[in-house]
Design a protein around this ligand. Structure first.
Ligand code: NDP
Ligand code: 13P
Length: 317
């Protein structure tokens, strides 16, 4: 038995995929929304056009959802810390698999580190990698990383489905930083395309952005190979090149000077700020991430950020 907490686009998509294996409970914080999903069998607010299979039960009752031993957390990153703290008692002893991509601004922790610090009696894992909710929900073939410090063979078996192939890892730091940092670079890729700078500029930004992702992650104890895998390079490639990505679209709007919809979940904005802080505090060179944080706050124009990056001292690759 598996539960998914959070009935947004990703939680709903994962519930659909996992229901190929057996019963799944999908929890929504909103009782009306839970009732609507349960009766219409569609999440028209977050994942329109896909049918919830019969194996999914939608509920707003957290106690029912927490009866499962394996619980997937599919909440926006900045809401996760408060949620875990509030429900720590109920969640202890469970395997908590975070599906979020970000860094908590108030603590500087990624999802598994946040779980370990807030619910130390739980087992923390992370599911991450290149996967748009709509693609997972439609059952398109997808490969992701499942990271858990104590090895994840049984969990890997439990969460793999006929269309979702999981690769296991014990490097939770690398997996969670890969997923968080690629969103920052995806905003940058969107800015480049929105401002009309073109494919060559985007390739340069992605490559140098990947170097920053790896540098920061390795400094924090991650393995460089994890960043080269699905959780890092794979997700970077997807998110920087697809207008399905909300982070890419956010950057595109910034670059094109278009209005931004504040109701869309764009994890890269808070993450860019968290990274800028870490870079400053730890003396880590993260020029692209720092520029993206400044662009998101309108502290800098695209032209200023571009000039600042191009005029940095020349160096070896
Ligand atoms: N969408 C995607 O393609 C992918 C998303 N992810 C990651 O998954 C995470 C969630 O994203 P996604 O599902 O897309 O986001 P959505 O914006 O689609 O949904 C967010 C969900 O979280 C709920 N929520 C927000 N705050 C709380 C809270 N305090 N307590 C309980 N529930 C809350 C919202 O409820 P309500 O509807 O009531 O507001 C909503 O159901 C993000 O970290 C994202 O990076 C990862 C891979 C792919
Ligand atoms: O993480 C994702 C794809 O792997 C989803 O990206 P966005 O949050 O930018 O839509």
């Amino acid at each position: 038995m598996i539960s998914v907490l959070g009935s947004g686009a990703f939680g709903t998509a994962l519930a659909i995929s996992l229901s190929q294996n057996g019963p799944v409970t999908l929890w929504s914080r909103d009782a009306e929304q839970a009732q609507l999903l349960q009766t219409t069998r569609e999440n028209s607010k977050r994942l329109k056009g896909l049918t919830l299979p019969e194996a999914i039960t939608v509920t707003a009752d957290l106690e029912t959802a927490c009866a499962a031993q394996t619980i997937l957390l599919a909440l926006p990153m900045q809401q996760t810390g408060a949620f875990l703290a509030l429900h720590a008692q109920r969640l202890k002893g469970k395997t908590l698999v975070s599906c979020s991509k970000g860094i908590d601004l108030s603590t500087g922790l990624g999802p598994t580190a946040l779980i370990r610090s807030t619910v130390p009696e739980a087992r923390a894992a992370i599911l991450t990698g290149p996967s748009f909710a709509a693609d997972i929900g439609r059952g398109l073939p997808t490969a992701l990383t499942l990271a858990c410090e104590d090895g994840a063979e049984a969990l890997q078996e439990q969460l793999s489905t006929p269309t979702l192939r999981l690769y296991r890892s014990s490097d939770t730091t690398g997996a969670e930083l890969g997923g968080a940092l690629k969103n920052v670079i995806a905003i940058g890729a969107g800015v480049v395309m929105g401002a009309g700078m073109g494919d060559s500029t985007r390739a340069a930004l992605m490559t140098r952005g990947f170097a920053e992702m790896t540098r920061l992650a390795v400094t924090r104890g991650a393995r460089a190979e994890t960043l080269s895998g699905l959780a890092g390079f794979g997700d970077l490639a997807l998110t920087c090149t697809s207008s399905q990505s909300r982070n890419f679209r956010h950057g595109f709007a910034l670059g094109a000077g278009e209005t931004i919809d504040p109701n869309v979940t764009v994890e890269g904005v808070a993450t860019a700020h968290a990274v800028a802080r870490m870079a400053e505090k730890g003396g880590i060179e993260m020029p692209i991430a720092v520029m993206i944080a400044a662009l998101c706050d309108n502290r800098m124009t695209v032209a200023q950020a571009t000039l600042a990056l191009l005029s940095r001292p020349l160096k070896e690759e």
